[in-house]
Design a protein around this ligand. Structure first.
Ligand code: AMP
Ligand code: ZN
Length: 455
């Protein structure tokens, strides 16, 4: 079955047909680097990662571009608060973000452009929009006139006529002296709140608006028409609608993007996890409580990307236990030396691919894996090979032995047990194994010595 993905533009599942055969260009709206991201944001990036992995197993050469927003109201304000230069300030959170994506086993996008390094491209696009009559100047900046763009609203299915003030938090923040309340800033002229953050350009002294960076940078690296654009559902309007308006007016290529994919939210008590509501956790908050990034990744994978995912520590605990059980099974079947039948493996893999190619149904693919592990249609060696192939998509580090921190007390029991075994004091050795078990660990004696794992 060919790969089918749900396109927000058509509100339908569509067969993926790339612009260039065998290649897939995707743009992911990345973070604003003014703080560490929260685990709601991380769902968006794990989702994009799963998508790129599925494209890859379908044979596509993937080029993924993820931007880093390193200039906007928030980065300027917070850097001033911290008494740091903008660049120095955003560098800290860029580093934090890169660490987060590595910890989450998210494959690094091919290009991670920063807004401040693409001012030239943004200015060129704004100049085009001015020249074509899609943009106008006011006292405080240059704005996009949504009235001029006939297709405005085609992604969000919002009618321009019905747009009212206060429709979106982000619109309000960008609001100045405009012709239409939803006209948005392409370029903001400098004022004293911006301090030393400005660029002297042909448009005047100032800085870019938020939406223009994604139009300019995606197109620079992926071309005037490309395959896939992703983000969370909250970006559909106005951000992605505005990106379309800028790009289709400026580059005159329709459609600018062929497939729009959006992930649903991580919720807390039925509400979107967000900085503004204060109901958020960062990755470190999770690991400090004893959960590994892979426990969190398993939790994300348990829900379909188009369904909201309710975050609770009970749910995370359940994911952790299931993940640990999976790892334990894998470390057992890994030992098998049974003869493998390629036909069995290929048939199961084909089924797996079909499940994923139906709009990236990862939760179903996980259930399918569990079914294979539970049933005895395949031998352990075949199961092990398949699980490793599946993990190319899951990215759960299923073949990696986890480095676990063993408490000093348990280490002492292990050393004493080794000594007892050497002295052939089996009774004591067994007692110590019990003590280790009671502390939540299990020692396994293998040909290469002992191994310990968490129960
Ligand atoms: P932002 O920095 O707010 O633009 O968010 C970065 C990415 O995370 C965007 O794709 C958002 O749509 C996404 N996002 C933000 N909050 C959540 C959430 N609670 N659940 C899922 N995705 C989110
Ligand atoms: Zn964007």
């Amino acid at each position: 079955m060919p790969l089918k993905i749900y396109n927000t533009m058509s509100r339908k599942k569509e067969v993926f047909k790339p612009v260039k055969e065998g290649q897939a260009g995707m743009y992911v709206c990345g973070p604003t680097i003014y703080d560490y991201v929260h685990i709601g944001n991380l769902r968006a990036y794990v989702f994009a990662d799963i998508l790129r992995r599925i494209l890859k197993i379908n044979g596509y050469k993937v080029k993924e571009v993820m931007n880093l927003t390193d200039v906007d109201d928030k980065t300027i304000k917070n850097s001033q608060k911290a008494g740091m230069k903008l660049k120095e300030f955003t560098k800290k959170y860029e580093k934090g973000f890169l660490e987060n994506i590595k910890d989450m086993n998210i494959e690094k996008p091919e290009v991670m452009p920063k807004a401040t390094e693409h001012i030239k491209e943004m200015v060129a696009l704004i100049k085009k929009l001015l020249k074509k009559g899609f943009a106008y100047k006011t006292d405080d900046g240059i704005y996009y006139s949504i009235r001029k763009f006939k297709d405005y609203g085609k992604l969000s299915k919002i009618k321009k006529e019905n747009l009212k003030a206060g429709a979106s938090e982000r619109v309000l923040k960008d609001e100045y002296d405009k012709e239409h309340v939803n006209d948005f800033a392409l370029w903001k002229f400098w004022d004293e709140n911006d301090g030393d953050v400005f660029w002297e350009t042909e448009l005047g002294k100032g800085r870019p608006g938020w939406h223009i960076e994604c139009s300019a940078m995606s197109t620079k690296y992926l071309g005037k028409q490309f395959d896939i654009h992703t983000g969370g559902v909250d970006l559909i309007f106005p951000h992605h609608e505005n990106e379309i308006a800028q790009s289709e007016a400026g580059f005159e290529k329709k459609p600018w993007v062929k497939y729009w994919l959006h992930n649903e939210w991580v919720l807390v008590d039925g509400k979107k996890m967000s900085k503004s509501l204060g109901n958020y956790y960062k990755l470190k908050d999770i690991t400090d409580r004893g959960y590994s990034p892979m426990d969190l990744r398993y939790f994300y994978l348990s829900g379909h990307y188009r369904k909201p995912l309710n975050f609770t520590f009970t749910n995370l605990e359940a994911a952790k236990n299931t993940y640990q059980r999976l790892k334990n099974i894998i470390s057992e079947i890994k030992k098998s030396k049974e003869k493998k039948n390629k036909k069995n493996i290929n048939a199961a893999y084909k089924q797996f691919l079909e499940i994923l190619n139906d709009d990236l149904n990862v939760p179903k693919a996980l259930s399918f894996m569990w079914e294979i592990l539970r049933e005895n249609k395949l031998n352990d060696a075949e199961k092990y090979e398949l699980v490793l192939k599946f993990d190319k998509v899951f990215g759960l580090k299923l073949d990696k032995e986890e480095k676990i921190k063993i408490p000093a007390e348990v280490k002492k029991f292990v050393a004493e047990r080794e000594k007892a075994r050497k002295e052939k004091n089996w009774k004591l050795a067994d007692e110590l194994r019990e003590k280790i078990k009671n502390a939540g660990y299990y020692v396994d004696d293998t040909g290469e010595g002992w191994k310990i794992r968490k129960l």
